[in-house]
Design a binder for this molecule. Structure first.
Ligand SMILES: [Zn+2]
Length: 310
């Protein structure tokens, strides 16, 4: 079996600073966490940026540029840029950083996402919040749908082809694997297709073993062995429970503060690297090896760090 690719999503756009003091916010902190995640065993990092003053998710190009240049100077890690953005951004804003910087990887959400993290807001009193924007931002989830209409998917797919950036196909349900196959047939996704299965959050498929098997079997049937690779984003602590199953089935793993803030029940993770290290132990205990960034580039058929536009 091929080596296991560990992806680390270092900050995301759902977790708010009040939830954990360890969330990286400034460009320096985000780059630092990415470099350390790679040193711990991550081959790839998935990047969002935040306003350095208050941690609010941002789409500012200068913040992306700062982060990805810093990472490139300090590490060989593969950089993937989000096109998921945050609930406050439109499709053009979401794909803009990938269009401009042409990274090796960029996320591509394959259909509508109606998720809800507003229950987190119920845990806090108004006086608990570190920043004024956080409460309303969490509540926005109750009414927001990340639309990802087919017109938007066309824009994302074509933009990434033009940038020679491999789409990281985020599939939140079985139907979205069919959408990936739809773009594969149009040759807007090229083999090997890189799938990230998002399981666990409200609005997505679950992280039960039968869900994970169904996702994997559907991908195998639609793309055929050898034409795709998949990775699991099981949100919350569940990732540590289901990672062995995904690895056994030939899958890869994503961890990081975007998806989970705990290292064990009731105990906050102190860094992204800590979560990566826990997955590295799982991989090694199973007699498998962790892919280096260059090995992951070969497995995924990426263009290489020297062909990005930053
Ligand atoms: Zn993301």
């Amino acid at each position: 079996m091929e080596k296991v690719i560990i992806t680390c999503a270092v900050t995301g756009s759902i977790v708010v600073p009040t939830q954990t003091p360890y969330l990286p916010i400034t460009p320096e902190q985000i780059a630092d966490e990415a470099v350390k995640a790679c040193e711990a065993g991550a081959a790839s990092v998935h990047i969002h940026v935040r306003n350095p003053e208050d941690g609010r998710p941002s789409s500012k190009l200068e913040l992306y540029e700062k982060v990805i240049k810093d990472i490139k100077n300090r590490s060989n890690v593969i950089v993937g840029i989000t096109s998921g953005g945050s609930p406050e951004m439109n499709a053009e804003q979401r794909i803009e950083p990938a269009r401009v910087y042409k990274p090796e990887l960029a996320s591509f959400n394959l259909g509508p996402v109606c998720t809800n993290a507003s229950f987190i807001a119920k845990k806090y009193k108004d006086s608990d919040y570190k920043f004024a924007w956080e409460k309303d931002f969490l509540r926005l989830n109750e009414t927001h749908i990340m639309q990802n209409s087919y017109r938007e998917l066309d824009i994302f797919a074509k933009t990434l082809v033009e940038a020679n950036t491999k789409p990281e196909c985020e599939c939140w349900d079985i139907s979205q694997i069919y959408n990936a196959a739809f773009y594969y047939k149009q040759e807007l996704l090229k083999p090997p297709v890189w799938l990230q299965f998002v399981t666990g959050p409200l609005g997505a498929i679950g992280s039960h073993y039968s869900d994970i098997l169904h996702l994997k079997n559907t991908a195998e049937r639609l793309f055929g062995a050898g034409n795709y690779h998949w990775s699991l984003i099981a949100t919350g602590l569940e990732i540590f429970n289901v990672a062995p199953l995904a690895i056994m089935l030939g899958g890869n793993i994503r961890v990081g503060f975007e998806d989970n803030i705990y290292i064990e029940k009731g105990k906050l993770a102190k860094s992204n690297a800590e979560m990566v290290e826990r997955i590295v132990r799982v991989v090694k205990d199973m007699g498998r090896e962790v892919a280096t960034p260059d090995e992951a580039r070969t497995i995924l058929g990426l263009k290489g760090k020297d062909k990005v536009n930053y």
